[in-house]
Design a protein around this ligand. Structure first.
Ligand SMILES: C[S@@+](CC[C@H](N)C(=O)[O-])C[C@H]1O[C@@H](n2cnc3c(N)ncnc32)[C@H](O)[C@@H]1O
Length: 219
């Protein structure tokens, strides 16, 4: 069988799916995450869903290529419309936080879902805050650097433990996580110097950089 070519971010997400039995991948695009997850976990079945028809053509090709037709079901659906009985894990990766939050709005209508794995494109702070408000707690998270970009991968399960929205559960002794906060610090600094009239935003970024300076060695 042809070796699967999958990026570091999706590979890392798949490691969060080793105990899952039924996973819904919302916005699956090419369905490579589902394929990789099936190849690495013999007990998992997958629903690969996307709101657009076009990516699902590629998804179907990939599923056939790896002979996973019996384990991966394709669905054209908007967000949680693709939900089925016994789904224990929902994955949403490669979307903006606002889109992710809109999709998750009614997640509590589906009590079988105990795990949510998210990899947002932006606004990690808002994502942590809002998903915790939905009654999910952060179990683990990490930053992945792929193609010179930083990605967050975060696992939630049901629960009420509250974690800081800014640092989350990122391990600040891990080099990549430290690199990410250094990068954010200098990016914030650049923006702060350019802001002329949005004082609210300026204040927020200054506050973020104060927090980073207290915890991360910037030299
Ligand atoms: C950038 S791709 C990410 C693909 C893959 N999940 C990844 O992480 O590489 C985002 C995909 O989400 C799909 N999408 C966006 N909004 C959606 C929604 N509300 N429901 C289902 N799919 C959605 C898009 O059509 C697109 O294929």
């Amino acid at each position: 069988m042809e070796k699967i070519n999958i990026n570091k971010r999706l590979k890392t997400i798949s490691a969060y799916l080793l105990d899952s039995k039924k996973m819904l991948d919302i916005g699956c695009d090419h369905a490579l995450l589902g394929v990789y997850a099936c190849l690495n976990n013999q007990n998992i079945n997958v629903i690969a869903s996307d709101i657009r028809e076009k990516p699902l053509i590629k998804a179907r090709e990939n599923i056939i290529k790896y002979h996973l037709e019996k384990r991966i079901k394709i669905k054209k659906a908007d967000g949680l419309e693709a939900m089925e009985e016994n789904v224990d894990t929902v994955v949403i990766s490669g979307m903006g936080t606002l889109n992710i939050l809109k999709i998750l709005e009614n997640i509590n209508n589906y009590p079988s879902v105990s795990n949510i794995v998210l990899s947002p494109n932006n606004d990690f702070v808002l994502l942590r805050a809002k998903v915790q408000e939905l009654g999910f707690q952060i179990i683990k998270e990490e930053i992945v650097k792929d193609n010179n970009k930083y990605y967050l991968i975060i696992l939630f399960n049901k629960g009420k433990e509250k974690t800081d929205n800014f640092f989350g559960k990122l391990d600040l002794s891990n080099t990549i996580n430290i690199d990410y906060f250094r990068y954010l610090y200098f990016k914030n600094k650049q923006i702060i110097n350019q802001i002329n009239n949005d004082y609210h935003k300026k204040e927020l970024l200054i506050k973020q950089n104060d927090m980073i300076r207290k915890k991360v060695d910037l030299k």
